[in-house]
Write a protein that binds this ligand. Sequence first.
Ligand code: GAL
Length: 955
Amino acid sequence: MKTHTTRKILLLLFMVVPFLSSASPRERLLMNFDWQFTFGHPHDVEKDFNMGTSYFTYLAKAGYGDGAAAADFDDRTWRTLDLPHDWAAEMEFSGDASHSHGYKKVGPGFPDTSVGWYRKTFSVSESDKGKRIFLEFDGVFRDSKVWVNGFYCGNEPSGYTGFSYDVSEYLNYGGENVVAVRVDASMEEGWFYEGAGIYRHVWMTKVNPLHVPQYGTFVTSEVDGDEATVTARVTVRNKNLGKSSFSLENRIVNAAGDVVAEGKSGVFELIPMGSDEYTFEYKVDNPHLWDLDDPHLYTLETLIHSNDQVVDKYETTFGIRTIKWDPDKGFFLNGRHVKIKGTNNHQNHAGVGTAIPDGLHEWRLKQLKDMGNNAYRTAHYPPTPALLEACDRMGMLVLNENRLMGTTDYMLEYLKRLVIRDRNHPSVVLWSIGNEEWMIENGERGAMMAQNMQAYLKTLDTTRPANAAVSGAWGAGISSVIEVMGFNYLRHGSTDEHHEKFPWQASLGTEQGSTNTTRGIYVDDQEKQYLKAYDVPTPSGFMSIQQGWQHYADRDYLAGMVIWTGFDYRGESTPFRYPSVLSYFGMFDLCGLPKDNVWYLKSWWSDEDVLHILPHWNWEGREGDALDVWVYSNHDEVELFANGTSFGRKKMEPNSHLEWKVPYKAGQLKAVAYDSGKKVDTEIVETTGESQKVRLVADRQTIDGDREDVAIVTVQVTDKKGRVVPTANRNITFEIEGPGKIIGVGNGDPTSHEPDRYIDAYKTVVFNNWKQTLATESNISQVLNPDFDVQGLKDALNNDGLEPGTEAQKTVFIGQFDLSEEELSGDINWMFRSIGDNPSLYVNGQLIEKDIAEYEKVFHLKKDYLKAGINRVVVVATPYVKENPWSVVNTEPGKLQVVIPAEPWQRKTFNGLAQVIIQSTGGAGEIKLTGNSDGLKTGELIIEVVEAEGRPAVK
Ligand code: GAL
C-alpha cells in the first residue's frame, strides 16, 4: 500500500518537473552567505598558505590549485561571514597608513592585512549537470584570483569592474564544491577610500547551454508622439557541443504586468560555441515614460524556444524615455528641461565601509532625493549594479564614470565592460570617459585619446553622449573635443569663454564645491580638526556651495552642477592629515546625517518649503558675543527673533540665504517666514537643558527577515524635553536581541578613531614538532603522560602519508601548540581532521575523545587543562597508507581555532548624534536595540521583522 502511494507521487512529480523546469529555465542565486575568511599575505608565502609553491602549480596543470586554493584545504578555523564585506572597515587607524584610504591599516606598509582569502563550500545537484553555471562577481577590491575545486578561473585586477566565470566543467554535480578567492588590496587604484574585499554581491547563474549571456541584451527606444519604437538587440550564445536551432520570443511587459508588445522570430541556427546578435523592433502605444517622479520600468522578457521547449527566459529591465544634451539650453528629459542638481559620491558609508547593503544604497539615495538632488555622478569608477537598479527604481539620473582613461585595446575593454553592463539603465544619461587626467587633459594627446574613446563608445551606445571631467586649461586638449564638457571647479577658468569658443558643445559642472565642513560645528577648531558648517569659500580658493550654484543656476547653457560631494567619505581629509581620517566635502556626513548645507540646497533644489536656522543655541560661556545666525529658506522674507526681540525682516534673494548678527543669550531663536507678505512658517532653535536620555530612532519600523534588509538607526542624546543636545558627545553601548545584528556604527566625527565594527578576532593555532612512537599496551600510559620525554623520538606527520604497501601500526603522535595569555582567554576549538583509523585525542594528558569514527569533528577545549605557553597534544591512531605513490593522505590532525570575543558595540555621539546599522539575520520576530550611557536614561527601540523568503540564494 505504502509503496503504491509513493509511486503515484513520484509519477506526479515526473509529470510536473518538465513543466516546472521549462517555466524557469534560468536560475540566479545570490551567493553572499556563509563564506570563510582570513588574511593571507602579498609576499610571505608561508603566511599565504603556500599557495603556488607546489612542484606543479595552478598555472602548470589544470586543477592544481594548492594551499588555500586547493579543494580540500581545511578552512574551518577561519571566520564565517556574509558578503558584502569590506575588511578595511574593520581595521584600526594608523598615522603611517595611507592618507587616501583614511589611514586604515591596509595597503601600502600593511602586508599582514592586505591580502584576504575567501572560501565558500556549496553543493550543486546532480540534476544541474548539463547546464552552464556561472559565478558572477559584481566587484572585488582588488586584484582577485578565483579557483573552483582547485581549478584556476581567472584574475581580475580591477577593483570596480564586475566579472564572471563559467565554471560548469569544474563542478562536482551531486557533491560538494568549493570556491576560493584571493583578494590583494596591497595597491590602491584611487586617491580615496576604496575598502578591501568582496564588497559587492556574488551570484551563481544556471542556464541552458543555449542562452542569453550576462548583459546580452541592449534595449533602446525612440518616442514619437504617442508611440515609442523599442529596439531590442538580443545576443544568444550556444554552448551546446552540437549545432542548435531556435527561435526567439520577446514580450515587453509594463510595471502592472501587462504585455504591451510582443513578437516571435523565425528560426535561427548557431554553431557550437557560436553566438550572434538579433535585432527586433516593437511599437509601444502611449508609453509610460521613465521620469524622475514617476520612474516607470518595463521588462523585456526574452524567451529562447528550441526543440519545443523554452530553454531560456532572460529579463531586461529598461525604461522608455528621451534625453537631450543641448549646447545652449542644457539637459532635457522627455522633452522637458531638467536642471541637473547633482552630487558626486563614493561607495562608502559609516560602519560598513564600501560593503553597502542594497537597503543602505536606497536609504542614501533617499537622503539625496529629499534634498532635491536629481543626479548622481559615480565618481570615479563603475558603480555597483545595485546602486543603478535603485536609481532606476527611485528616479535618479546617473553620470556613469569609467575608472581610468586609456586607448589600448586592454584599456578600452574596461570602457566596453562598463557600457555593455549599464546601457539598459534608464537612469544612466551620460558616460564619463575620465576625470581630471592631469597628465593629458591640456594637450594634444588628451584630445586624441578623448576622441578615440568617444568614437569607441559610439560602437557600444549611440544614445548617450561622452563626457570628461576637466580641471585645467579649459579651451584646449580634452575640453576642445569632448561631446559634453565637464567643468571641474569654477576656479579654473571661465565657463562663459569656453562656451563662446565651443558653441557646439553641451556642458555641466561635473565637480563644484570641495568645501570643508563638519556637522554640528560652528567655530573652526584647527587643533581638533573641525571646520565650521557655515557655507564659506575655503582658504585654498574653492567657492562656497552658494557661489557655485548661483553661477550654474544663472546660465542656461550649463546643464547643471554636480557637487563634490553628497556624502563625506573616508580618506582625502583635506585640509588636514592624521588624526583626521574623513573627508569634509559632504553635504551629509559619513553617516548620511545632514550638515546645514543640505537646507541651502533643499531651498533651491526641491519643491518643498524650507525654513532652517543655524547654528544651534547652546553657547554657554559666550554670553554677549555677537554670533552669526543664518537662515536657509525659499520663502519671500524672513524675520529673525532672539528671545522675543526682532533682529529685522529681510528679503530672500533667489539661490541665496540670510544672515544676522545676534548677541548670545541662552533662550530661543525664532525665524518667521512670509510669502506675499503673509506669515507662512515658523522655525525655532532653543538652548537645550542637560543631557538626560538616549533616544533611538529608526528609519523604518518593519524590515524583511531575509538576511539582507537593514534599518538605519539614529542615536540621539536628548534633554528632559526630548530636544537633541547639540553638544553631547557621550559614549553609548548597544545591545541587540532578536533576529537582527548590528553591522556598523558611526558618528560622522572626522577625527574619531573608534571602531566601525566590533568583530570577534579569529586566530588559527597550529600544532608542531610532531614526534612518533609505536603504541603498545605496555608503553601507552607512559607516553600519554604530558611529561613524557620526546627527545630522541622520530619526527612525524611531515609527509604525504605512508608509502603504498607499508603495514601501518597503531602509533602515538606527540606534538605541541603554543597559546598566549590572550588566546587562552578565548574560545578554543580543535578543528580535528583524522590522520588514521580510530584516532583518540589527548591534550595535556586529558582525554578529549576515544576511537573517533568521523573524518572531521570539532572539539571544544576547556580552560581546566589548557595553559598559556606550550601545551602537549597526542593523537593515537593507525596512520593512513597511500594507495599509489602519487596519492596524498591527510597527515595534519587539524588546527585550533581561537575566538577572542569583541567588546560590546558602542559609539560616542558626535554633536548629539550617532548611527547604528541593523541587518536582519533571517526569520521573523522582534529586534530590540538598547542604547546605554552612564547617567542617561536607556534608549530602547523595537523593530518588527516580517517573514520574507528573500532572494533565492546558494545555501
Ligand atoms: C577633485 C577630484 C576629486 C576630489 C576633489 C577634492 O580634483 O576629482 O576626486 O579629489 O578634487 O577636492
